[in-house]
Design a protein around this ligand. Structure first.
Ligand SMILES: [Zn+2]
Ligand SMILES: [Zn+2]
Length: 408
């Protein structure tokens, strides 16, 4: 079973630079079973990018997917109008939810597109859509056993447990601790989970204060459930719109003191279960490793190198993405990168949260390719992937938040 996070933010999308490492899209997860079954958990704004990814993957072939809705608050349905596979004839999407009395699933999903809220209604969508109320009983979906449990949230919500391929995955977002009935049913559902995704929107302090009763939880409750239920990996989820990346790093760090196997959900993050396979898959592909530790960062960079006569030459380039030990940057084609070059870059305060910070590195080229037109005011340019090493007395600042991204 493979799980991919397309949206991790709670309440409202936050397309802001300071949130970009964890991500600003609202909840949407993709689960793929070993037999190819596609399961979508919630339809927040992350659903849009999932739709594009599915179209790339399936091409002209029809898409058959099972959509499970936890509840119908905006942040969990707002991606639906922008999910391109809905507009393709031949695709089949089966919606599932556990409905409270008086609510109709089709209306809850499609109502957001009625006049005057959206230019076309769902009749514009060529895909076949079917709606199922799960009730309280487990279902067998192509070999996967799916259970649900009610959560403590305004207008109700449910958590899902997917048992398949020898692993257990539990998705429990939008819930507040403190209701004995719900606390117990969630613990029953989370027993022995390989991965538990859990609502950690608020800090424990907020939850005791003015956010009490808002229907969300904290990392602290997540670590308690993880301990009590023998959870192997806890994933903090539904990040508050006001929590920037640095703040999120802090929450994850605090949670780690209580339960070591915890991480903060980030867009693009993947788990392959059972755990043995996850490690293998990660080692097997450099692609996965890259995705975990790099992030996009377009910043001016000064590059210095030695010309044929030994004279020092300089040029301006642009970083593309950066990790703790590597960098991908674009420079004018005349820059010689076959020997190590000096790189100077200034990280703005919005990334470091400690003022503009100048960093100096030596970059050792791994590969390069021509990318004409990538730099304005320049002719031919090259994109260079390089290892980063510290220069002079400075060490690579591992403690800096933006360098310490860890999503596994
Ligand atoms: Zn929500
Ligand atoms: Zn909600």
């Amino acid at each position: 079973m493979k799980i991919r996070f397309w949206g991790v933010r709670g309440s409202t999308p936050t397309p802001e630079h300071r949130n970009s490492r964890y991500g600003g899209n609202t909840p949407c997860l993709e689960v793929r079973l070993a037999n190819g079954t596609l399961i979508v958990l919630d339809c927040g704004s992350g659903l849009r990018a999932l739709g594009k990814s599915l179209l790339r993957e399936f091409g002209e072939h029809p898409i058959h997917g099972y959509v499970f809705m936890t509840h119908f608050h905006w942040d969990h349905i707002q991606g639906i109008p922008f999910f391109l596979p809905f507009y393709r004839k031949g695709n089949v999407l089966l919606f599932h939810s556990v409905l409270r009395k008086g609510l109709e699933l089709k209306g809850a999903v499609e109502g957001q597109m009625v006049n005057p809220y959206f230019p076309v209604d769902m009749t514009a969508m060529g895909a076949a859509r079917h709606f199922f109320d799960l009730g309280e009983h487990p279902i067998n979906l192509n070999g996967a056993i799916i259970n649900s449990a009610p959560l403590n949230h305004p207008q109700e919500c449910v958590a899902y447990r997917i048992e398949a391929d020898g692993a257990v995955f539990v998705f429990a977002t939008d819930t507040e601790p403190g209701s004995p009935f719900h606390d117990r049913s969630l613990r029953d559902l989370a027993q022995g989970a390989d991965v538990l995704v859990y609502d950690a929107q608020y800090t424990p302090e907020q939850l005791l204060g003015d956010r009490k009763g808002w229907g969300h939880s904290s990392w602290l409750e997540g670590t308690r459930i993880a301990h009590e239920c023998g959870v192997k990996q806890l994933v903090l989820f539904h990040h508050d719109p006001d929590n920037d990346d640095a703040f999120m790093d802090g929450l994850v760090e605090k949670a780690r003191q209580e339960f070591p196997q915890v991480t903060g959900a980030a867009e693009g993050m993947e788990f392959v279960l059972p755990r043995g396979e996850m490690a293998q898959a990660k080692l097997a592909t450099g692609h996965d490793r890259r995705r975990e530790h790099r992030y996009r960062l377009e910043l001016p960079v000064r590059v210095a190198w030695r010309g044929p006569d030994g004279r020092k030459l300089e040029a301006q380039g642009l970083t593309q993405d950066v990790s703790r030990s590597g960098i991908y940057f674009i420079v004018p084609a005349e820059v010689r990168t076959d020997l190590p070059v000096e790189l100077d870059v200034i990280l703005p305060d919005e990334i470091t949260h400690r003022g503009d910070t100048a960093l100096e590195f030596i970059a050792q080229r791994v590969r390069q390719e021509l990318v004409n037109g990538a730099l304005s005011n320049h002719g031919p340019s090259v994109a260079v992937a390089a290892h980063l090493m510290a220069r002079g007395n400075e060490s690579v600042p591992q403690e800096a938040n933006w360098f310490s991204k860890s999503v596994n």
